[in-house]
Design a protein around this ligand. Structure first.
Ligand code: VGL
Ligand code: ZN
Length: 227
């Protein structure tokens, strides 16, 4: 499945049982960062506008932040003879190894300076277990360790989540997928996400899986305030 095969919802009205999840809008995922995502920076203004819509209508706004310790096992540098983007498969890691990125306390791990982080109600950090990655904002890649995000959202009465940010084929994908498994209806905000594209088929895999699991797709101009 490719981008052109996506069916978009014509409209959605956001209200208090909705949440906007803004995934990993951090310096290291910007075009000049350590793990660059093409055009990752051009979605900042649109995300700010959407955070405004969600906070005005009483919905929840949550940011996630990739937050690795130095020497994290998802980094190629932690493995003898491996280079960034080399294939790698081990429990809780892969399918590729990454450049060092989003190391706790570094500028690369900070949010993009243009992102209006003051509009967020909560920030969920993930990926701090040295030997397990966490692409999803809900569940680490061991598929059992919760970040607490599901409990937070259920506790606030959220039923539907809208997911945007970086990267479509990794953290947006796994967050959206786990949101459905955690009982939320999911919309992926397609104009406000961009992909890493590694390996080559990562975007089609993500879209096929999300579609089969029941995700909906929308562009941000089609989202308005309820009432
Ligand atoms: C991500 C690869 C490694 C992401 C995080 O935010 O999509 N991708 N760590
Ligand atoms: Zn990471």
């Amino acid at each position: 499945m490719e981008m052109k095969d996506i069916r978009y919802e014509p409209a959605a009205a956001a209200g208090e049982n909705d949440a906007l999840l803004v995934i990993d809008m951090q310096n290291d995922f910007m075009p000049a960062g350590a793990l660059p995502v093409a055009q990752g920076d051009i979605i900042v203004d649109g995300i700010n506008a959407l955070m405004q819509v969600f906070s005005e209508c009483g919905a929840s706004v949550v940011l996630t932040q990739d937050w690795h310790p130095k020497g994290h096992h998802s980094f190629a540098s932690a493995h003898e003879g491996k280079a960034p983007y080399d294939p790698y498969d081990a429990p809780g890691l892969g399918p590729v190894l990454w450049p060092d990125h989003c190391v706790q306390g570094t500028i690369g791990a900070d949010f993009h300076p243009g992102l209006n982080t003051f509009m967020a109600h909560a920030v969920i950090r993930k990926g701090y277990n040295p030997s397990i990655d966490s692409y999803s904002g809900f569940l680490e890649n061991d598929l059992k360790t919760s970040t607490g995000l599901g409990g937070y959202l259920h506790g606030r009465g959220v039923q539907r989540v809208f997911v945007c940010g970086l990267a479509l084929d990794y953290c947006v994908f796994y967050t959206a997928s786990d949101a459905m498994k955690t009982g939320f209806e999911v919309y992926v905000v397609m104009d406000l996400t961009r992909a890493v594209v590694s390996p080559e088929n990562s975007v089609s895999t993500a879209l096929e899986t999300l579609t089969s699991e029941g995700a909906r797709y929308i562009d941000s101009p089609a989202i308005r305030l309820k009432g």
